[in-house]
Design a protein around this ligand. Structure first.
Ligand SMILES: [Zn+2]
Length: 169
C-alpha cells in the first residue's frame, strides 16, 4: 500500500479507533511471523498491479505537486538514453523542418572544421553543414562542411537561391 496518499480525517481516525476497540496499544501493531507467512501464502499468484482507475486516482492526487530532488534524479537517470532521436515523443523524423535537422547534424557530426570546397578553416570563416541534394533527408552523408561563401554559391548553383550577401563574421 503506498503511504502518504491517504488523507486521514478526524472522522476516519475515529472510525479506526472504534475498529480497534479504542485500544491504544493496538496502534503500531505488527503482524506476527506466523500471520505474515499466512498472508504471503494467501497472496501467492495474485496480481498486485494497479487498476487503470487506481492509476488515474494516484495521478490526480500527485498532479501539481513538485517532485523531490531525489525523485527527479531517479527519473532523469531512468530516462538517460531512452528519449534520443526516434524514441523522443516530439521526434518528427523526415517531417521536421530544416532547422531541427541541422541541429541533429551538428549533434552527430560536431562542428565543421574545414570547408571542403576552398579549404577555409573554422578560425578563418564561419562554416556550415550544407545539404548536398537539398532534400534534407536524415542522412549524415548528405551534409558537407562548407564556409558561408561556398555554401551560398553552392545553394545558388544547385537550389536556385538568390544571391544575398552573407554577413561576414
Ligand atoms: Zn569555402
Amino acid at each position: 500500500m503506498p503511504s502518504g496518499i491517504y488523507i486521514r480525517t478526524k472522522e476516519i481516525l475515529n472510525k479506526l479507533r472504534k475498529i480497534h476497540g479504542g485500544n491504544k496499544y493496538h496502534l503500531g501493531y505488527h503482524h506476527s511471523e506466523e500471520s505474515k507467512r499466512k498472508m504471503g501464502l494467501a497472496n501467492i499468484g495474485k496480481s498486485h498491479s494497479m487498476s487503470k482507475e487506481g492509476k488515474k486516482r494516484l495521478s490526480l492526487l500527485h498532479r501539481g505537486k513538485p517532485l523531490s530532488q531525489e525523485h527527479r534524479k531517479k527519473l532523469s537517470e531512468a530516462h538517460i538514453g531512452k528519449q534520443c532521436n526516434e524514441n523522443n515523443p516530439l521526434w518528427k523524423g523526415e517531417k521536421a523542418t530544416r532547422a531541427p535537422k541541422h541541429v541533429w547534424v551538428y549533434r552527430h557530426k560536431g562542428k565543421p572544421q574545414t570547408c571542403v570546397n576552398c579549404g577555409a578553416t573554422c578560425k578563418e570563416r564561419k562554416l556550415n553543414w550544407a545539404n548536398v541534394n537539398h532534400k534534407y533527408h536524415r542522412n549524415l552523408d548528405d551534409y558537407i562542411s562548407l564556409c558561408i561563401f561556398c555554401h551560398r554559391q553552392y545553394d545558388i548553383n544547385n537550389n536556385g537561391y538568390k544571391n544575398i550577401k552573407p554577413k561576414i563574421i
